[in-house]
Design a protein around this ligand. Structure first.
Ligand code: SF4
Length: 232
């Protein structure tokens, strides 16, 4: 519900990918919501950072408003593939909880229809928000970006303390968690971060830890949006 008590039925998305194999188990439909509280220097989805729709220099529009009903019509279309592959819906971003009510409504709608749900989050979300989302999330994809607070702040804009608290809390709740860890040259490709990830990989509450290589797939979008292209 919004502050005035009305249900948020629409949100701003910048993509929906069907038949995705990389956003959780099985074949999935991934819904990408705009808006992110972080500014990771290597972000490969720069069009996800601002919550509002944007128009690139090419004329391409990044972001469109869709209702929960419209998104669910797309998600539902692949139900048979989810059932045969063990897949479902992933809500990603940006940081999807920036559009909190829309994100919650999508997860709730899918879960109520028996569709497996995955939340792809950077973890920078209020404790109360996470608590509210927990019943609607079957699997968390949770990012770990830097082993210490100063480095986390330098490269993402936040010190990572709330992210760490939220990860600890999810573990206490027994949530299913996959950790996703971008390895960026000159940022976190050092021995300290490697040891940090090794420790998390051995944690009994973590199902899986994935190290993700840096890539330049987002560079054209930086240029189109008039943003400085990252150099690593
Ligand atoms: S959390 Fe993800 S979407 Fe947000 S700035 Fe970082 S890489 Fe980009």
């Amino acid at each position: 519900m919004s502050a005035n008590g009305t249900v948020i039925e629409t949100g701003i998305i910048f993509d929906i990918q069907r038949a995705s194999l990389h956003d959780g188990p099985g074949l999935r439909t991934t819904v990408f919501l705009k808006g992110c509280p972080l500014r990771c220097a290597w972000c490969h989805n720069p069009e996800s950072q601002k919550r509002e729709p944007q128009v690139g220099q090419s004329g391409k529009v990044y972001g469109r408003r869709m209702s929960v009903k419209e998104v669910m019509e797309v998600v539902r279309a692949d139900r048979s593939f989810y059932e045969s592959s063990g897949g479902g819906m992933t809500v990603s971003g940006g940081e999807p909880t920036v559009q909190f009510e829309f994100c919650r409504a999508l997860l709730e709608a899918a879960k109520c229809e028996g569709i497996h749900t995955c939340l792809d989050t950077c973890g920078q979300v209020s404790h109360e928000g996470l608590q509210e989302l927990l019943p609607w999330v079957d699997l968390f994809h949770f990012d770990l970006k830097h082993w210490n607070a100063a480095g986390h702040r330098q490269w993402t804009g936040v010190d990572g303390s709330l992210i760490q608290e939220n990860l600890d809390w999810l573990l206490e709740q027994g949530a299913r968690i996959h950790l996703r860890c971008p390895i960026i040259p000159g940022v976190n490709d050092d021995a300290e971060h490697a040891a940090f990830l090794d420790r998390w990989e051995e944690h009994p509450g973590i199902e899986y830890l994935e190290r993700l290589p840096y890539h330049t797939i987002g560079n054209a979008k930086y240029e189109d949006l008039g943003m400085t292209v990252p150099q690593f």
